[in-house]
Design a protein. Structure first.
Length: 338
């Protein structure tokens, strides 16, 4: 069975073809970073219009790269939510229109489930059950994963997520959009121990997160400092260190609480090399193992949607009525296999 996956939840248009038994056949991605950087962040209307322009050429590209024709597509998976309403509608409408023309079923996929399962595309891949640290955009969550559609929330952010802390702190330092990656790059020239920033909820006794206090501390530090290039780098280093400390400590606590030994890290912040090194060191020292998606699958992409769709379709049939809606706000725990 070949599944076409369509991702259009925010500022990336992702397409992919996945075949059960063979794996990923092809994938293509267009990012809108250059367009949105002029505005310092994502402009929803512009994002939606760009998806309209990009999605059809990308469908043709993945078909060409996989050397298959439309009639070989057996199902279409698309991101149903959460995300920007207009952007989601582009992917959903194209998916259902094409599926109607081909007479194949569709299935709406939760964006975070795509991220959650993306490390299973890599080799080696984890086995169920495992603990997942989801650090994607506005989401920071720890989940126990016992199988596809079997997710237990262990902890989540109560305000700003880790990705938002990276991006907002970067903006305070005058860095360009997207700020998280720019802050991490700047931090490589920062000096350890120059500044000490708070680690919110580090000792809260639960697995929840809070990063708004860190952002406020960075704002105060920026206002009190004479900002030259080295000072900015030192603040970036301290900010990244604080965020990673919290993520690593909470991840270790989640494994201890569940008694599991496998940790999966997914989402855009999961591409951070310092976070990867810290988690791998901490977890392996305690006899566990950490799994990451390939770097190209950390950000939003069609491969994770095609893969999640294929796994879901293996458990139940998709829909052929081609009515659709999108869910800009959608709790991951609401999804089930029934």
């Amino acid at each position: 069975m070949i599944t076409l996956g369509i991702e259009s939840s925010c500022d990336e248009t992702g397409l992919a073809l996945y075949q059960m038994g063979r794996g990923l056949l092809s994938h293509a991605l267009h990012t809108q970073i250059a367009m949105h950087s002029e505005y310092g962040g994502v402009v929803p209307e512009l994002a939606s219009r760009d998806h309209v322009l990009r999605i059809t050429p990308l469908i043709r590209k993945v078909l060409h790269d996989a050397n298959i024709t439309f009639d070989r597509i057996n199902a279409i998976a698309y991101t149903q939510g959460p995300g920007l309403g207009g952007a989601l509608l582009v992917g959903a409408s194209v998916a259902n229109s094409l599926a109607y023309a081909l007479g194949v079923p569709t299935i709406g996929i939760h964006h975070l489930e795509g991220h959650l399962l993306s490390p299973l595309l890599s080799d080696p891949a984890p086995d169920f059950p495992f603990v997942a640290l989801l650090v994607s955009g506005g989401h920071t969550q720890l989940m126990r994963v016992d199988g596809v559609g079997r997710y237990e929330l262990l902890g989540e952010t109560v305000d700003d997520a880790a990705g938002e802390a990276f991006d907002k702190s970067a903006k305070l330092l005058g860095l360009s959009y997207p700020g998280g990656a720019a802050l991490s790059t700047l931090a490589t020239t920062g000096r350890p121990g120059m500044y000490k920033l708070p680690r919110p909820m580090l000792h809260s006794g639960n697995l929840d997160f809070s990063f708004s206090g860190l952002k406020t501390a960075v704002l105060t530090l920026v206002r009190q400092s004479e900002l030259n290039e080295q000072t900015r780098a030192d603040i970036a280093y301290a900010t990244q260190e604080a965020i990673i400390d919290v993520l690593a400590n909470k991840a270790r606590a989640a494994l201890a609480q569940t008694g599991l030994t496998q940790l999966v890290v997914a989402g855009g912040v999961g591409a951070n090399q310092i976070l990867r090194e810290r988690l791998t060191h901490d977890i392996e020292k305690r006899g566990g193992r950490v799994f990451y998606p390939d770097l190209e699958f950390c950000t939003d992409n069609g491969a994770m949607i095609a893969f999640a769709g294929a796994l879901r379709l293996a458990e139940r049939e998709g829909l052929k009525n081609y009515r659709f809606n999108v869910k800009p706000r959608w709790n991951l725990q609401e999804i089930t296999l029934t």
